[in-house]
Design a protein around this ligand. Structure first.
Ligand SMILES: [Zn+2]
Ligand SMILES: [Zn+2]
Ligand SMILES: [Zn+2]
Ligand SMILES: [Zn+2]
Ligand SMILES: [Zn+2]
Length: 406
């Protein structure tokens, strides 16, 4: 790894290192910012020498305790990352020690979700189930004339596809263990291939949101470097051209003039090549690679509500999470984020504020997946039923603007 990341997130590296050491079979304990690990025999040589590793994640703690400082880009971090990619395995963890009132976990009056255009009916049936989170550790490489690397962790609920930032924040406070202490009927069934794939794709999407600001910063930096280098190249070739031109003006001899003209041409070709090279060198590429993954399971309680209005009905789950003690927000059918305000789409989908459109003709709410278009003349939203397609130009209009589109 070439360069250290300036703002690589320390918390993520720490969580990653801790998890990895546990996966490798080490006994890990954390005390005042220092990770202490008793290493299994197989990994003694590579990691600890005497079989005991003490790692700190910020230089001050490291100095104070006189121990190894683990930063991204350090040989030890590289070694951990290399080991993780060699293993390439999926590991399982359980969040143990969660307790809740077995009699009744779901109290709808405590639900932060509001249904904007529908009523809900709850049948009061509660079922405990195992929620499987997928944890992905990614290595993100920012490559241009400089190289930077970061480790990012993304956690996705494989059922709802919602991100779980709370889970990540609370990592060190929970009992994360390789054997489960709870019972749920489906606790040992892993999510099927389709939901694993969906969770993975969702994690990539969340990762891209996570790194967007950093990507923009590096992009600006790379284009600044490119501008500086182009300026240098252009100044040099402008000077060369001026000089050759001056010489050309001073000479009458045809043979000599041809040579100079040829030189001017060649120098321009070279300028273009140098600029193209610089462009390629300073072009930012972002590479994502999955280091490893883990399935983290915990018990939750689920109930069902019927969501209903004049046009449609839908079923939604209401989920109690004993880890937070709260009811989870329902997921938007379109963006998969948890939503405090939920709308019932005329086709029976539940969608958030950002993912709905109201048809200007029939006034019904539709989610963005239900083919809502717009009048090409006035721009108002139109559901599939109220779109008039023009027979001559093929554009969509509202009733008022029929035939006015071309
Ligand atoms: Zn949405
Ligand atoms: Zn409509
Ligand atoms: Zn819909
Ligand atoms: Zn119109
Ligand atoms: Zn038309």
């Amino acid at each position: 790894m070439a360069a250290k990341s300036q703002n690589g997130s320390v918390g993520e590296l720490e969580a990653f290192a801790k998890e990895l050491l546990q996966v490798l079979g080490a006994l890990v304990e954390e005390r005042e910012g220092v990770l202490e690990a008793v290493l299994p025999d197989a990994h003694r040589k590579t990691l600890g020498g005497d079989g005991f590793a003490r790692l700190a994640f910020d230089p001050h703690t490291a100095e104070k305790a006189g121990i190894q400082y683990l930063s991204l880009g350090s040989p030890l971090a590289d070694e951990l990352i290399a080991m993780a990619s060699r293993m390439g395995s999926v590991t399982r963890w359980y969040i143990n020690g969660l307790r809740w009132s077995q009699r009744r976990a779901i109290h709808l009056d405590q639900w932060k979700a509001r249904f904007a255009n529908a009523r809900i009916f709850y049948d009061e049936m509660e079922i405990p189930f195992a929620c499987h989170y997928l944890l992905f550790n990614f290595q993100v490489s920012y490559l241009s004339d400089e190289k930077r690397e970061e480790v990012h962790t993304v956690v996705v609920d494989s059922g709802s596809l919602q991100p779980a930032p709370k889970l990540q924040e609370g990592w060190r406070r929970m009992r994360l263990e390789p054997k489960r202490d709870f019972y749920a009927p489906d606790a040992d069934c892993l999510p099927n291939a389709a939901s694993l794939t969906a969770a993975y794709q969702r994690s990539i999407q969340l990762l891209q949101i996570q790194i967007a600001a950093t990507v923009a910063t590096y992009q600006r930096r790379a284009s600044r470097h490119f501008e500086m280098e182009s300026l240098r190249i252009n100044t040099f070739y402008d000077d060369t051209k001026d000089e050759l031109r001056r010489r050309l003006e001073r000479t009458e001899e045809p043979e000599r003039r041809r040579t100079l003209e040829h030189k001017i041409e060649a120098s321009e070709v070279e300028r273009e090549r140098k600029l193209a090279d610089a462009g390629a060198k300073h072009h930012l590429r972002v590479a994502l690679s999955l280091l490893n993954a883990a399935i983290v399971s915990q018990p939750k309680v689920s109930g069902r509500v019927q969501v209903q209005n004049r046009y449609a009905t839908a079923e939604a789950s209401v989920v109690f999470d004993p880890l937070t003690g709260a009811l989870e927000l329902p997921s938007c059918h379109v963006c998969h984020n948890g939503a405090t305000t939920i709308h019932l789409c005329a086709n029976g989908h539940l969608a958030c504020d950002a993912c709905i459109l109201t048809c200007s003709a029939c006034q019904r709410v539709h989610c963005r997946e239900c083919g809502v278009g717009a009048c090409s003349v006035c721009g108002r939203a139109l559901c599939a039923h109220n779109q008039n397609r023009c027979p001559s130009c093929g554009q969509v209009t509202c009733q008022d603007h029929r035939g006015r589109c071309h």
